[in-house]
Design a protein around this ligand. Structure first.
Ligand SMILES: Cc1cc2nc3c(=O)[nH]c(=O)nc-3n(C[C@H](O)[C@H](O)[C@H](O)COP(=O)(O)O)c2cc1C
Length: 347
């Protein structure tokens, strides 16, 4: 994965790699996010029947080959001429699921044609009608769930903001709105609505008929509110360390969220997942599955579709090894008794 990042940084224009690699504050939060998963210590089981190891599971009812999904990330045309369509083909080959950003510049039909099951990530625009149009189009194109992202209301600084990029296909975003719809909208209409609340979950459910996950939750009380508001689950996430430098890490927040909502909904996690040991740690701490962000994006930029496929299939193979070492032959066997220490809430 480190090789992919180094190669991608050589290949990409500096403004694109700066955006992909951006972190909030001093940047330490992103490194801490990775370290917090690495800090989990396991209590492996002995003398378990390990004659077959199975990484398959389901996410909101959709079967996947492993509990590792690809996170929604904006503007992948900057990494590859086919962007999310190429990411989707690699995801399909690996048998897993793709998150698709509101800020994709690739038509939903092309992403759907890649063949992977996909969830549409929603940023609610100030003009709610624009969000309605995008959600309806995502539903028509086959999205199986919505992910309402609630953690990125601050504008990125200009040096890492795609809106300051030179004019190019990679700069486009929200391309599932027509040029006429975008041109007719007030420039502020496409900005994120800072006033939305938990009632947005019911609105999106009603609009789409799909399950809604709330992405960017770091507290048990917020997780509970999301589920009470009708969410099918939450994604514990620091947006890959891009939201707030001195934030609690996802690994530290996960046990609190799992304890707050119990079996009432599905809990996902991301931010800093870099290995199969991290995947196992997140699942043992109560996540149903994890998302990987930058490792997939750097791989797409460095090696295209094959690079992403190799990252995903490599993680699946490693996960089989880790499950063997843990004495956990099925995903359902990755339970909390396997964890000896959990990261401290303050770490
Ligand atoms: C370049 C980039 C763009 C992103 N765009 C979005 C987005 O549009 N919507 C969203 O919900 N999350 C977005 N994210 C956050 C990811 O979905 C995910 O939470 C994060 O990348 C996971 O952390 P990791 O990169 O350490 O694996 C983006 C992340 C990156 C790196």
């Amino acid at each position: 994965m480190a090789d992919h990042e180094a190669r991608a940084r050589e290949l990409l224009a500096p403004h694109i790699s700066a955006y992909y690699g951006a972190t909030a504050g001093s940047g330490g939060g992103s490194a801490e996010g990775i370290a917090a998963w690495s800090a989990v210590r396991f209590r492996p089981r002995a003398l378990v029947d390990l004659s077959s190891i199975d990484t398959a599971t389901t996410v909101l009812g959709t079967p996947v080959s492993m509990p590792v999904l690809v996170a929604p990330m904006a503007q992948q045309l900057g990494a590859h001429p086919e962007g999310e369509a190429a990411m989707g083909r690699a995801t399909a080959t690996a048998g897993t699921l793709l998150g698709v950003s509101t800020n994709t510049a690739v038509p939903f039909a092309d992403i759907a044609a890649a063949g992977a099951p996909w969830w549409f990530q929603v940023y609610v625009t100030r003009d709610h009608h624009l969000t309605e149009l995008m959600v309806q189009r995502a539903v028509e194109a086959g999205a199986r769930a919505l992910m309402l992202t609630v953690d990125m209301l601050a504008l990125l600084p200009p040096d890492v903001n795609p809106r300051a990029w030179p004019e190019s296909p990679a700069r486009a975003r929200m391309s599932n709105l027509t040029a006429a719809e975008l041109a007719a909208a007030d420039p502020h209409a496409v900005e994120m609505d800072p006033s939305i609340g938990f009632d947005t979950v019911a609105w999106l459910r009603q609009l789409s008929g799909l399950p809604v996950l709330v992405k960017g939750i770091l507290r048990g009380d917020d997780a509970l509110r999301a589920v009470d508001a009708g969410a099918a689950g939450v994604v514990v996430s620091t947006h890959g360390g891009r939201r707030l430098g001195p934030s609690v890490t996802a690994a530290a927040a996960l046990p609190e969220v799992v304890a707050a909502i119990g079996d009432g909904a599905e809990v996902y996690a991301d931010s800093g997942i870099r290995s199969a040991e991290h995947v196992a740690a997140a699942l043992a701490l109560g996540a149903r599955a994890v998302f990987i962000g930058r490792p997939a994006l750097w791989a797409l930029a460095a090696e295209g579709e094959n690079g992403v496929r190799d990252v995903l299939t490599g993680l699946a193979a490693e996960l089989q090894q880790v499950m063997t070492q843990l004495g956990a032959p099925r995903i359902a066997d990755l339970t909390s008794d396997l964890v000896a220490t959990t990261p401290r809430a303050a770490s």
